[in-house]
Design a protein around this ligand. Structure first.
Ligand SMILES: *[C@@H]1O[C@H](CO)[C@@H](O)[C@H](O)[C@H]1NC(C)=O
Ligand SMILES: *[C@@H]1O[C@H](CO)[C@@H](O)[C@H](O)[C@H]1NC(C)=O
Ligand SMILES: *[C@@H]1O[C@H](CO)[C@@H](O)[C@H](O)[C@H]1NC(C)=O
Length: 487
């Protein structure tokens, strides 16, 4: 690009104008058009610069300050209206040039889970030092542009679209949405406790890193399809963290587009978030949930040193993956618990608990024993170092793939102790053993039996281990812990 305007001439331009211009220049430098069109563009740009400079001089606060009574720039007045027109024309052209692309880019359907994402595929993430990925608009990375979305379709993400535009030249049909909007796309969903937590955790992390900023609203997508609500557990968790309103925007004011004054986009769930960042988020969420539910951040084990309190919770579920005979299972655990001094058993039906009941139950749990299922996500509310015992129906070990270890991973992530799992070996065989997926679906919603001998031995072992570690903990000097949440 040879026809750059001398720096001195752009000196007066406002920062934002300057940025737009520089970006304009960059855009043009990137294209290798034939020489004559480059010349044309240069001429066009020069004219644009000149006019903007003139326009700016006229409206600059400094000039008006220097002449409070009369304007020394009356010379320019005959120009004013024509300048205005040109600027308006150019702004209109910028408006018209805002290009919408499909939110879901089918070219990346195969790799939606890995490196590339089909959601807003034309945009690259910004990275923090620890690898966290996000998009922020407007920012230097977006060249000062804000994000606009036409996104009311709830069935087909390719029918929804997005574009970037400068705030001064958003499309005429667009609604400008003030404040900070969190825009999320997940490969999974916002209903399931675990999947929902994975989708919203990076936003909470972003808040922590940015003065605990609260969003004005959320916009939720799944494969580019609009989602109008999140599950109540996830919503309550966010309410605890962000205060009263967790507003999920449904674009109810018509088909759009909607342009966001400020927006953060996350589209990789936990993605490459560093271990420490994840830990920080989980700790904050636990802290906030306990605070909102009126639970003191007390350290467990404030009991007599000789007899540590061991709180064992059997967290039941109904329907798929419920215990076939919950009474029998509860009997086994009750018997083992009764033989350990200080052990208290609670048998709790997860579906019957309000959000705060879940927080309360888990805050007061040292060992949770539960069939595999989303209710185990509540381990988030236990103290660090607590134990998990997990149960699976028949067929899962063979056919469920690595996804079944999700609570194992979560436990490690939260610095809990996953004390292993029991896989039921009794039940119907799947009719086509070599068909992996069919077999998984066959077993997916099965129920969990029990083995009295195994459960009893296992419970005894875990109870003893927890007893010893609580004794050790009690013998240590109690460490002062802050009850204040990070945000
Ligand atoms: C995004 O990153 C890829 C690979 O690093 C690069 O080729 C592409 O130009 C980038 N796109 C934008 C819009 O910056
Ligand atoms: C469940 O287990 C209990 C205790 O072992 C037993 O008394 C009861 O008959 C069992 N119920 C069913 C439906 O198998
Ligand atoms: C129950 O568990 C015990 C102890 O692990 C084991 O020896 C026994 O084979 C199991 N019973 C069944 C029916 O799997």
């Amino acid at each position: 690009m040879k026809c750059l305007i001398p720096k001195s001439q752009i000196f007066h331009l406002q920062q934002s104008n300057l940025m737009e211009m520089e970006n304009g220049l960059k855009m043009f430098t990137q294209t290798n058009k034939p020489c004559f069109s480059t010349k044309l563009i240069c001429t066009y740009l020069s004219a644009l610069f000149l006019l903007l400079i003139l326009f700016h001089i006229q409206t600059s606060p400094f000039t008006s300050l220097s002449s409070p009574t009369s304007t020394p720039w009356s010379f320019f007045h005959p120009w004013k209206s024509s300048n205005h027109k040109v600027v308006e024309t150019l702004t209109d052209r910028l408006r018209d040039s805002v290009t919408f692309l499909p939110l879901k880019d089918l070219r990346f359907a195969e790799t939606a889970m890995t490196g590339n994402t089909w959601f807003m595929s034309s945009l690259n993430d910004s990275h923090d030092e620890d690898g966290s990925e996000y998009l922020y608009f407007p920012s230097p990375a977006s060249k000062g542009k804000i994000l606009c979305i036409k996104g009311r379709n709830t069935r087909d993400g390719t029918k929804n679209s997005y574009a970037l535009a400068w705030p001064e030249s958003i499309p005429n049909s667009a609604t400008l949405i003030p404040g900070l909007t969190y825009v999320s796309d997940t490969y999974y969903n916002y209903d399931n406790l675990w999947h929902g937590l994975c989708a919203v955790a990076p936003f909470v992390s972003w808040s922590v890193k940015n003065q605990c900023l609260k969003p004005t609203r959320w916009v939720l997508f799944h494969w580019g399809e609009l989602r109008t609500k999140m599950g109540s557990w996830v919503e309550n968790l966010l309410k605890a963290n962000y205060g009263s309103g967790v507003v999920v925007d449904r674009f109810e004011g018509g088909d759009g587009p909607y342009c966001f004054e400020k927006a953060v986009v996350m589209r990789h769930d936990l993605g490459r978030m560093g271990e420490e960042r994840k830990m920080e988020v989980f700790q904050l969420l636990r802290c906030k949930a306990r605070e909102v539910c009126g639970l003191k951040m007390m350290r467990r084990g404030n009991e007599q040193k000789e007899v540590p309190l061991i709180r064992l919770t059997l967290l039941m579920r109904r329907g798929s993956r419920a215990f076939k005979n919950g009474t029998a299972v509860a009997d086994v655990f009750a018997k083992e618990c009764a033989s350990v001094k200080g052990c208290i058993l609670s048998v709790v039906q997860s579906e019957d608990l309000s959000f705060c009941d879940q927080v309360r139950v888990m805050t007061n749990t040292d060992i949770v024993a539960s069939p595999h299922g989303a209710q185990l996500t509540n381990m988030l509310f236990m103290d660090q170092g607590s134990s998990i015992m997990e149960f699976f129906p028949k067929g899962w070990l063979e056919h469920a793939g690595i996804g079944q270890y999700v609570f194992h991973w979560m436990a490690n992530q939260l610095m809990m102790k996953h004390q292993g799992a029991w896989w039921d070996s009794i039940g119907n065989e799947c009719p086509l053993p070599e068909q992996e997926l069919e077999c998984f679906l066959f077993h997916k919603d099965g129920q969990v039996g029990h083995n009295e001998t195994y459960f009893a031995e296992w419970a005894r072992k875990v109870l003893n281990q927890v007893r010893i570690s609580k004794l050790e903990e009690a013998s240590k000097k109690p460490q002062p812990i802050s009850s204040a949440c990070q945000c």
